[in-house]
Write a new protein. Structure first.
Length: 160
């Protein structure tokens, strides 16, 4: 499910306002193990056109992730650098209310790490995606909250 969140949003009944820092786009992924939803390979998140500055990318788990086996790993990046934002993580370590901010996700509150903010992405074949390796992610829900600034004329990001 893809949503655009104008000016802020709501998570678990808490209303937040990001103060207009960038254009917000949200993508919610319900993992099933199917193609593009947790099968080995890419899970498309955002389609990037042109050059953008990622102001922030905040992945929040709303339902515990379930992996098919201990061999399952998942990273967060772009087409050309699949671990640009977060290196390979065991999905079973990403639980409800975790912010997936590192290989060992944090709960409750976290300072957003440098690799999830202030990143320039050139859209020529550099869409934002999660990459599943080793085995499948068969359950769980992640909400990806992106704020970006267009750098090149006409640059856009849409939920994939």
């Amino acid at each position: 499910m893809a949503e655009t969140v104008p000016g802020g949003g709501q998570y678990r009944g808490i209303i937040f306002d990001m103060g207009g820092a960038g254009i917000p786009v949200r993508k919610t992924v319900t993992f099933t193990g199917a193609t593009s939803l947790g099968a080995i390979g890419d899970v498309p998140l955002f389609t990037v056109t042109g050059t953008i500055l990622v102001v922030s990318l905040i992945p929040i788990c709303t339902t515990d992730l379930v992996e098919n086996s201990a061999a399952t790993l998942m990273s967060l990046g772009v087409t050309d650098i699949v671990a640009l934002f977060i290196a390979a993580t065991e999905p079973e370590d990403i639980d409800e209310d975790d912010v997936w901010d590192a290989v060992a996700p944090a709960t409750t509150a976290v300072a957003l790490p440098a690799l999830l903010k202030d990143i320039i992405v050139v859209g020529a074949a550099n869409d934002i995606l999660a990459t599943v390796a080793g085995d499948t992610v068969t359950g769980g829900v992640l909400q990806f909250n992106l704020r970006y600034i267009a750098i090149s004329d006409g640059a856009t990001v849409v939920a994939a």
